[in-house]
Design a protein around this ligand. Sequence first.
Ligand SMILES: Nc1nc2c(ncn2[C@@H]2O[C@H](COP(=O)(O)OP(=O)(O)OP(=O)(O)O)[C@@H](O)[C@H]2O)c(=O)[nH]1
Ligand SMILES: [Mg+2]
Length: 408
Amino acid sequence: MFWIPRRSFNSSAISLAKKVSKGKSSNSSGEPKNALLGRTSSKLSAGIVGLANVGKSTFFQAITKSSLGNPNNYPFATVKPEEALYRVPSDRLLKLSQIYKSSKITPSYLKIVDIAGLVRNASKGEGLGNQFLSDIRNVDGIFHVVRGFDDDTITHIEITVDPIRDLEIVNDELLLKDLETVETTIERNKKDMNKPNMRAELTKENEILEKINDLLFEHGKLSNIFKWTEDEVNVINKHKFLTAKPTVYLLNVSKPDYESQTNKYLKSVQDWMKEHSPNDKLIMFSADHEHEFVNSETASPIINDMVISMKDSLNLISFYTVGKVEAKEWSLKRHSTAPEAAGLIHTDLQKNFINAQVLKSTKVFEKSEELKDVEDVEKAMKYDRNGKDYEVQDGDIIIIKAVGGKTK
Ligand SMILES: Nc1nc2c(ncn2[C@@H]2O[C@H](COP(=O)(O)OP(=O)(O)OP(=O)(O)O)[C@@H](O)[C@H]2O)c(=O)[nH]1
Ligand SMILES: [Mg+2]
């Protein structure tokens, strides 16, 4: 197991963690199998999280090119979460559609959710408190926006600009809420164990919760650098732990800082990330600057980078169904099997799955010159036949064969 050194978090977190009775950590499902955190659905969402009034809604409008979210210079301008879809840009999809001469291109989408701002002690109900935390529960990944611009006209709820302090306030609130969830669930399970036929299941869940408690207490969050079993991932998904959500950190700086790629807080944020979130990505951007493009058709490269980083953090890969009618990109959780990919297209295809015919998109690109004048690219290329254990790879072009006929 890796060790992420963590500064000691505030005393209420420690006492809360100590209150949870310690048990033996165990992978109760027998042989440990490497399972990734997160849901298997391809329809995943990323929530914009951060202290109040740091530029979240400004960023939300910029990324989704919508007028939702109410950016305004006062804390809690956003109350209810707003959501919009972001078309994930894909050169690969575009190139495939050209080679296969597809009439229609259907990209994959990522749902972006603008969430209310948070303040110190949100886990105890301060500010919009629990409402805000339950909105985070429902997203799969987090864009954590932190203020890195000086501007006396823009209110900072902690008065001064200090990104490290702000990062720690937000992360500690998420941690405290998770510790509380562990504690209350363990206690509830103990009571429910007396119900008929519940003992074995709840004992197993409590063992997993004890392990989660220890990890939270030692490392401050749950992440894929720890090895998880499927049972453990199921418990984490069931309780939607906030610190298990993959995070892309966004340092919101002024337009001049963004243009010159310098910012007086950048180095300290990078150092903090190295120590506390070494596997997460940090992107410097300017919400104000990106907002200027809200009415333009094209997405800025930095926004594309953010979404691609988020997809990667969510462990999503892309596979393709391509033909003359349509070229379509699908997002799928890494390590998924061919029948699971088939299930995204249609549940019947998963149920009646026979095999998956697979072609690597790189092979198609290698032969793109030769394929220029080919009428039916699908017939001209050799697809490999794979069974139900085939693990879908990023960039695969797939044809699913199911009982009742071949379907894409
Ligand atoms: N100077 C400057 N101001 C910014 C920047 N980004 C956002 N702001 C301003 O900061 C204020 C707050 O922005 P919002 O986008 O509403 O912030 P928020 O985080 O959504 O706020 P809540 O929903 O209240 O938590 C607005 O007046 C924005 O115009 C920036 O990069 N530079
Ligand atoms: Mg807002």
